[in-house]
Write a protein that binds this ligand. Sequence first.
Ligand code: E4P
Length: 228
Amino acid sequence: MAIFLDTGKIEEVKKYHAMGIIRGVTTNPTILLKDGITGGLEGVKKHTIEIAQFIKPYPLSVEVTTNDFSKMIEEAKAIADWEENINVKITIHGPNGELDNLSIIHALETKHDVRVNVTAMMSAQQCFLAAMAGASYVSLFCGRVNNMGYNSVEELEKLRNLLDDFDLKAQIIAASTREILNVVEWLDAGAHIVTVLPLFLNGMIVHPYTKETVQMFLDDAAKGANVS
Ligand code: E4P
């Protein structure tokens, strides 16, 4: 799996998909709004179906737009029906710490054949419980963990050990990239996947010394071409 693209922009998806370096895409309501996707759930549907069809069979994560317990399960099922490679993001709990979401996640995974990406998690213990509930993906917001003064690498190491020890199927998505170094560091710490902002992929590819070396090759090729 390794690298997902954290974007709602179809042009970005096409660009990095053509390079063969991404294995999935993640979105959330904030990313979609920033990328100009409006029109409520219908707007999200139209746009994300286009991304899902383009990257198939790789997965796309689309988040529910409600925290209303009675509506969330129906919305999650509807989103999952848009395309077979769409998985549904649900936060570990509500904005006031409401505990209903784990039972929804469990029901979606075990009764409704919906793959769930449990999101907005800040600790290994949250991710472990989401994995126990049956989540296919657990998203640890590593950049936010670091921002709060905790060590995301330690959380990733603990989490990966727990998932392996208890033979849980969940794949760890390390999210909230803040710098280029995060990608390899988080994969090395145990993440199955890092979802990366397009900007940081550019930074991983381009190196100043490579630029200089390539220029030397081109200059010398040109010089050699002028000598018979
Ligand atoms: C991805 O799945 C997450 O929603 C995203 O990386 C969150 O990023 P942020 O913490 O920068 O909002």
